[in-house]
Design a protein around this ligand. Sequence first.
Ligand code: CA
Length: 398
Amino acid sequence: MQRLSTLCFTAALATLAAPAFAQTNDSDFRQCLNGLRPTAQANGVNETTYRAHTDTLQPMMSVIGNLDAQPEFKTPIWDYLTVLVDPQRVDEGAQRLQANTELLQRVQQRYGVDPATVVAVWGVESNYGQGFGKTPIVQSLATLSCFGRRQAYFRTEFYSALRLLQAGHFPPERLQGSWAGAFGHTQFMPSTYERLAVDFDGDGRADLIDSIPDALASTANFLQRAGWRNDLPWGFEVKLPEGMSVLGEGRRTKRPGTEWAARGVTRIDGTPVPPELSLGLLTPAGAKGPAFLVTRNFDAIYSYNAAESYGLAIAHLADRLRGGGPFVTPWPTDDLGLTRAERRELQTLLLARGHDIGEVDGLLGEKTRTAVRAEQTRLGWEANGRAGQKLLKALRGG
Ligand code: CA
């Protein structure tokens, strides 16, 4: 679906309000909405719906800042994975697997996607239903349709959101989600809802907000339609032979398992690469970090939210839910990232030192990063605002 990243902690990123331009924005916005009206109608949104949801709508300029601050592309992969696949998310996922065993079996029978994968998507997308996002998505999509650099994409989603309301799928006040318009347990964009949401609990309505069966089945339906094959793994960690070039390799460059084996690649435990699989090589931190061979199932996960780091988070969380361990090859860094529990500890330590970081919420927002920079300066370190294990240790030591 080529969705923009909308993971919940994005909301904590600082956004730039520009009060001086508010007036201009308001009139530009009004003009833009009037201009979109004919296209909205051509896309199935009737005049009554359009007026009901846009007549008094204000632009939400805070979302524009998020557009250029997507964590998958700015955050080191080891920070990203540490927070998305932390012990808390693994434990809660195991509980969700247990609590929904029968449902997940039926989902697997129907769509051919295994329970751990479905639950991993759920865990990464909404923290198992505990964080849907609180942004009114018609307002954010309308703003993104009129300002910023992806207007054509967001207009499609804006019209789609209006069609959802017009069809009565959701009351307007329930249509809240991420700043970029994804909503519900598994954070579908409105157009994805229209294409792929399913009613799995049989009440006649595909409800990704208030029905876990509908949400999980819709995710499995998405993955199946994206090419998921029940008889394939997503991939696995591998060991590369010393000095092997990874230049030009990637997720899309699939080669037979036999070819990887001939190059000296093995599974991380030294066993052979399955010869029958078609596999691409993923080295998210370069040849010196963990390496993976991935199948078309990885591509299916990738299509949920176009970022390889995201795909790896889902795939790895699913492995952990099946009882697998952490990656064997260490990340090429001497300062690993923080879990959510460690982020909360860091924030508590920053508060104790008198920094105004607001609430201890485990989200490293702008206030926390400002405090981190101050501490880095005090320690004589580069003040880059990134918090890792080294800083946590330094603050623990007083
Ligand atoms: Ca339903």
